[in-house]
Design a protein around this ligand. Structure first.
Ligand code: NAD
Length: 438
């Protein structure tokens, strides 16, 4: 049954999930306080790069089942279910999730409530937020109308977000009563009727499921990176080690790829937020503390490797391939590339950087850093002493290494994701260096 659904916060999660809800047959209204973003969306200009999203946004906007507005009042009052998908960034001083946007949305929802509605926390929020939000709404609404609060954390991945949302491993919801449960079952019926599982629990458990899942994935990454560093010392190959481990069904091959560390809008801040919760509870999460420490070290490896190879990087030209924290996204938040770019600039290196889509966002974050951004991968390596791969974009896997060699001045190739054809590179007389491998 078609439902009227609102998304407050039309960022990565709000825009993707809102659009996908239109694809599921609902009538969706997406709100944002960023008037420029909303004006752009109305003209078909998307604020993010996400495969497959633009087609759906344009289709449902044209059909009239996906609307964009800056009026939270209109969105709340015309909807039965209101998803809050605003950011919960890291609070710089404490490492906790900054809940100011969530609280503001709850206040506004309470003020505009005009009948029974369900307020859904789609944002990643620390355990206890559902209860806090319920109290804010009750106070702001003057308890005139009934409402329910639900937790529905989102597990989509940037780069495959549309598919992840429409074909989820599971949909997790936390509810406190049958009425809210029924509403959420109706919202997700287009997916559950196709066999995708809806996992229902209480609000606090749902809130923790999200943090525990992201923290576990981050743990797998830091674990294999730690093992990679051992492999390096003893002459083993972490790619084979990971493959050999991943063939065990109990372990699985995913998230077991050694590299230059995790980044992005989620893992770093979610790990930090869970660590802060554990500290507040005076029950340290020691494994997670190590996960974070390993990741911080891992991000410094590309610079250390270059420094070891060149001794001084002053005046050296370094080509950097890949700026986004992972492929198929233009998101550069907490990207390992920033650690390298800043260190290279400080060391006086000349930086030539290329990424298929993330250059505008990198410029926005690192504006003043002296980096020459190039239009393609080959231009970046022109005259370079070394080339460093940081993001495993597919196009880097099919470059012509003969051409790279001719374009470079030097001969050093650092593969921060272990995806380049090292035998071919070495056969051309270039020096290949990976992570936890030769
Ligand atoms: P984002 O920064 O891309 O988007 C947040 C949006 O909310 C912005 O457009 C902002 O302008 C808007 N906003 C802020 N205050 C508002 C208000 N009062 N009213 C209306 N709009 C408002 O953030 P995101 O990456 O979409 O993340 C949102 C949440 O989802 C976070 O909690 C995040 O941890 C979680 N999450 C993100 C991902 C991901 O891959 N990005 C995946 C799963 C979960």
């Amino acid at each position: 049954m078609r439902m009227k659904v609102a998304f407050i916060g039309t960022g990565y999660v709000g825009l993707v999930t809102g659009t996908c809800m239109a694809e599921m047959g609902h009538e969706v209204i997406c709100v944002d306080i960023d008037a420029k973003k909303i004006a752009g969306l109305k003209k078909g200009i998307l604020p993010i790069y996400e495969p497959g999203l633009d087609v759906l946004v344009k289709k449902y906007y044209k059909q009239g089942t996906l609307a964009f507005t800056t009026s939270i009042c209109d969105a709340v009052q015309s909807s039965e279910v209101v998803f809050s998908a605003v950011g919960t960034p890291e609070h710089k001083a404490t490492g906790a999730a900054d809940l100011q946007y969530v609280r503001e949305v709850a206040r506004q929802f309470g003020q505009h409530l005009n009948g029974y509605k369900v307020f859904v926390n789609k944002s990643t929020v620390p355990v206890g937020t559902g209860e806090e939000v319920r109290q804010i709404i009750a106070t702001e609404s003057g308890r005139e109308y009934e409402f329910d609060v639900v937790s529905n954390p989102e597990f989509l991945r940037e780069g495959s977000a549309v598919k992840d949302f429409l074909e989820p491993d599971r949909i997790a919801i936390g509810v406190e009563n049958e009425r809210a449960r029924k509403v959420m079952e109706e919202v997700y019926e287009p997916l559950t009727s196709r066999g995708y599982p809806l996992f229902v629990t209480n609000i606090k458990s749902a809130e923790i499921i999200k943090y525990a899942s992201n923290s576990f994935l981050a743990t797998k990454i830091s674990f294999i990176n730690d093992i990679a560093n051992i492999c390096e010392l003893v002459g083993a190959d972490v790619k084979d080690v990971a493959r050999g481990m991943g063939l065990d069904n109990r372990i699985g091959p995913k998230f077991l790829r050694a590299g230059v560390g995790y980044g992005g809008a989620c893992f770093p801040k979610d790990v930090k937020a869970l660590l802060t919760t554990s500290k507040d509870l005076k029950r340290p999460l020691r494994i997670l503390e190590a996960v974070e420490a390993v990741n911080e070290d891992q991000k410094t490896i590309p610079f250390k490797v270059l420094k070891k190879h060149f001794k001084s990087l002053k005046g050296k030209t370094i080509a950097v391939w890949g700026l986004a924290f992972k492929p198929e996204t233009d998101d550069v938040r907490e990207a390992p590339s920033f650690v390298l770019l800043r260190s290279l600039a400080k060391a006086g290196a000349k930086i030539r950087a290329y990424d298929p889509v993330a250059i505008p966002n990198t410029k926005a974050y690192l504006g003043k850093l002296p980096v020459t951004y190039t239009k393609d991968a080959m231009l970046a390596v022109k005259g370079a002493d070394a080339v460093v791969l940081l993001t495993e974009w597919k196009e880097f896997q099919s470059v012509d290494w003969g051409q790279v060699k001719r374009a470079m001045k030097g001969d050093f190739v650092f593969d921060g994701r272990n995806i380049l054809p090292h035998a071919e590179i070495e056969s051309l007389g270039l020096i290949y260096k990976g992570i936890g491998t030769r």
